[in-house]
Design a protein around this ligand. Sequence first.
Ligand SMILES: Nc1ncnc2c1ncn2[C@@H]1O[C@H](COP(=O)(O)OP(=O)(O)OP(=O)(O)O)[C@@H](O)[C@H]1O
Length: 472
Amino acid sequence: MASIHVVDDESSICWAIEKLGTKLGHHVRVASTAEQGLELLAEKHPDLMFLDVRLPGMSGLEALPKVKSIAPETPVVLITAFGDLEVAVEAVRQGTFDYLVKPFSLEDIQTVIDRALAQKTSEEEVRPESVSADIVGTSPAMQEVFKRIALAARSVAPIVIHGESGTGKELVAQAIHRYGPRHAAPFVAVNIASLAPSLIESELFGHVRGAFTHAIQEKRGLLQQAIGGTLFLDEVAEIPLPTQAKLLRALEQREVVPVGGSTGEKVDFRVVCASHQDLSACVRQGTFRHDLLFRLNTFRIELPPLRERREDIPPLVYHFLEQLEKEYGKPLRISPAAMQELRQRPWYGNVRELRNAVEHAQILARHGVIEKEHLPAPVAKDWFDRSTASESAEESLIRAIGAWTKQEATGGATENLWARFQALAEKEMLQELLAQCDGQYLAIARILGIHRTTVKKKCEQYGLLSSEQQDE
Ligand SMILES: Nc1ncnc2c1ncn2[C@@H]1O[C@H](COP(=O)(O)OP(=O)(O)OP(=O)(O)O)[C@@H](O)[C@H]1O
């Protein structure tokens, strides 16, 4: 039998935890203020304590350090109605075991009790001093993100953030830096997808004077600029394979050699990466090095698309209205019908699209009230699919060719490399076109711009059956 204390001014919550705890065979004592809770604690250190953040008089967060000094071994579960990032960070900072966001179910309480009693936490010293609220989200999914940001921030391990475009990956990376031990040093962000592939290496590692035609003077790379702080590599999957190898070396040896240089510079920074792609799938396709993924993927944060957490839409809208009020210096409101419309849209562009829609609408809302007709038309899904997919099909082909060539060459399998590559490419292409053109050689020949007899000969060479051949 364990002893559990509950400090909450809501009698229904005390009652629910008391009833469930007793049913589970534990001894439960309740208090309705932090002051009473501290008195109970002085009498006996419980095995678990539930502590509400909002209490009359001393708040739960104010009471927490006192609880920790009286009973440092007691796991504390904070109860909050707000569940914002500050509470999560503060909770982790002060070494709380977990926190529950109201409303919660009896199942949630039981899970927390079971976990806390099964594994009493070791209280670790953690950091951040300054906090600010710019990541909005009340959904359970975002509460989980806040917890993971708080956990990530207490270490300097590499982090991978995964989520669709516009879900807030950069914001999360900034928060990890801001709440982390390196917050006084620079946060250096780069979106790899926005760089010309030929420039990626010199942007990351810098270059010496004369390293290439336009290198008229020496340039420090982003890795060097991030020394002591955090390097945020957005769309990390876009880094070309040879540069991935160089990045891995730099991370492992903590040393950067600029393009064209021969001596390295010692670097020490935290790396946070983001991608909308599944990096494990990129490894399987040969476009991302598995050893680099292994090095980067120590801790992962998943950002769900906005359409899977619609309860975040109203708080986000109010957050953006507040920002716009400050920016444009005029009060702004939104009608219930417009809010309803925003709640039900699919938001394939996620929070970025929502923000743009609110900003667009406020320009049209001349009397300061956003109505449904002020909202821009929703952006169709295929617009995002096209903008992310059209380029990447070709790019991933180029990468796959590079990866295959490298693998064959480094493995010593260089014999007839060109002929083997040609055979692989031709066979795959013909197979696909046979299916698309119902096996008609002539149609395939027209697409490929070669003669029909060449198509026929190649299909026979690769043992591919066409309908014409079957008919013959
Ligand atoms: N939870 C949030 N609260 C407040 N603002 C948000 C939130 N999520 C995203 N935003 C805002 O949405 C916009 C897009 O966010 P961000 O650039 O971080 O997304 P991203 O996932 O990195 O996008 P991309 O992959 O396209 O670079 C920014 O203006 C950001 O401030």
